[in-house]
Design a protein around this ligand. Structure first.
Ligand code: SF4
Length: 408
């Protein structure tokens, strides 16, 4: 389904990775990569399923040894998503992966350098109509290009690497190509992708390579990928985190959903930043809710708010939310109070109501409860808190008075 977005997409050619279209206004796809030995068929398949559940549309597995290629022959037919074989150094592994039936190859032009080997792989891929991602990596640039560009990794050198590879492919009439020009430096990769987008209409695979562990890895990846997506550049994305790859798939999916580039599939959890009024540990409850919703496909926005004084109003656009009162939680649906639950049952109540709303809609869910009673209870707690805490819960006016005395 094509999603309406405020970010106009660059027009690209489309290639099919198995049954997933990449480019040509197909939904931007999420990729991730297994970290198992590909020869371990059951272990790898289990991870492929976990990644698919977490939002990956396409999964890459390394193909670095004959046993890996043999593993791919067993993995591909049982995989829920298309499989890409990651090839480094040995072009024969690319031929073996094609024989195993993979849906796409990833070749790094920096480490398979002999033109006759590149052409051999492209010819085989052409005959099988299997696309290839040209995966240029700033850290493993072809040494000739490195020297030519002044002994530095530059955006121009990375783009030239990709175009040279396309040239070899063209010599054998192969053009089912996606391209990535990843670097661990965010400005470098942004510049390289921008330049690449100027000179080719092949679909682009975005990523910040070796981004590292979260949160820094998430921040770097998001900075690079989101900047380009906002410019309309990018057809498929991967977060490269030093973490469980499930976190990569989730992050990719969440980025696309938060930018309105993919339809929402999972809960969008919002939470207030907490303040002196908070009646609960907002961070702990939000994290508990995040974990409770992690594997549920419920496309709703759910709010966790620290107090009933301001929470329901501040989160009135959420599909569902909970705001803390005195030792209890006030559950609201589209800004309307719906129920009162014990503080230690707040997350369970959110899950139960989210499932109800997802199944039957908000009006049907609200019709089962006494909303007027819930509103009266919420008003009572709101009044109580306001009486106890006053309007100036952080006692800012005392400090302001003190500041004025000091500078007067
Ligand atoms: S909802 Fe309440 S606790 Fe949370 S930031 Fe707003 S006023 Fe503070």
């Amino acid at each position: 389904m094509e999603v309406q977005s405020i970010f106009p997409r660059r027009t690209t050619r489309q290639v099919m990775v198995g049954d997933v279209a990449v480019g040509g206004h197909a939904p931007i796809s999420v990729q991730s990569m297994t970290v198992t030995r590909t020869a371990d068929v059951d272990g790898t398949l289990q991870q492929v399923y976990e990644l698919a559940m977490a939002g990956a549309d396409i999964v890459r597995c390394t193909c670095n040894e004959v046993e890996a290629a043999e593993g791919l022959a067993r993995i591909v037919p049982r995989s829920p998503v298309p499989i890409v074989a990651d090839i480094h150094h040995q072009y024969r592994m690319a031929l073996a992966a094609l024989e195993a039936g993979v849906h796409c190859l990833r070749l790094n032009p920096g480490n398979i350098r002999k033109p006759e080997q590149i052409r051999a792989v492209a010819s085989e891929a052409r005959d099988r109509s299997v696309p290839i991602r040209i995966g240029v990596n700033g850290g493993s640039l072809h040494p000739d290009l490195y020297r030519k560009h002044g002994g530095r990794v530059t955006p121009e050198a990375m783009v030239e690497s990709a175009l040279t590879e396309i040239g070899y492919f063209a010599e054998v009439g192969f053009d089912l190509v996606k391209i990535s020009v990843k670097a661990s430096s965010v400005p470098l990769m942004i510049d390289a992708y921008r330049q690449l987008a100027e000179v080719t209409d092949h679909p682009l695979h975005l990523g910040v390579t070796e981004a590292g562990p979260p949160p820094a890895g998430l921040i770097k990846s998001t900075a690079g990928i989101a900047t380009l997506l906002a410019e309309g550049i990018g057809d498929t994305i991967r977060y490269s985190l030093t973490a469980d790859p499930v976190a990569e798939a989730r992050a990719g999916r969440q980025l696309l959903e938060s930018m309105g580039l993919r339809e929402r599939r999972n809960v969008d959890l919002i939470a207030c930043p907490s303040c002196g009024r908070a009646e609960i540990d907002v961070v702990a409850v939000a994290e508990e809710a995040m974990a409770a919703f992690a594997d549920r496909e419920i496309p709703l926005q759910v709010a966790v708010m620290g107090c009933v004084v301001n929470g329901p109003g501040e989160a009135r656009d959420a599909d569902l939310g909970i705001a803390a009162g005195r030792g209890r939680g006030h559950l609201f649906v589209k800004g309307r109070n719906a129920a009162v639950v014990a503080e230690d049952e707040m997350v369970d109540a959110l899950v139960e109501w989210a499932e109800l709303i997802h199944a039957d809609g908000p009006e049907a869910a609200l019709s089962r409860v006494d909303t007027e009673k819930a509103e009266r209870e919420a008003s009572r707690d709101r009044e109580r808190l306001l009486t106890e805490q006053g309007d100036d819960v952080d006692d800012a006016s005392t400090r302001i008075e003190s500041i004025r005395r000091r500078i007067s």
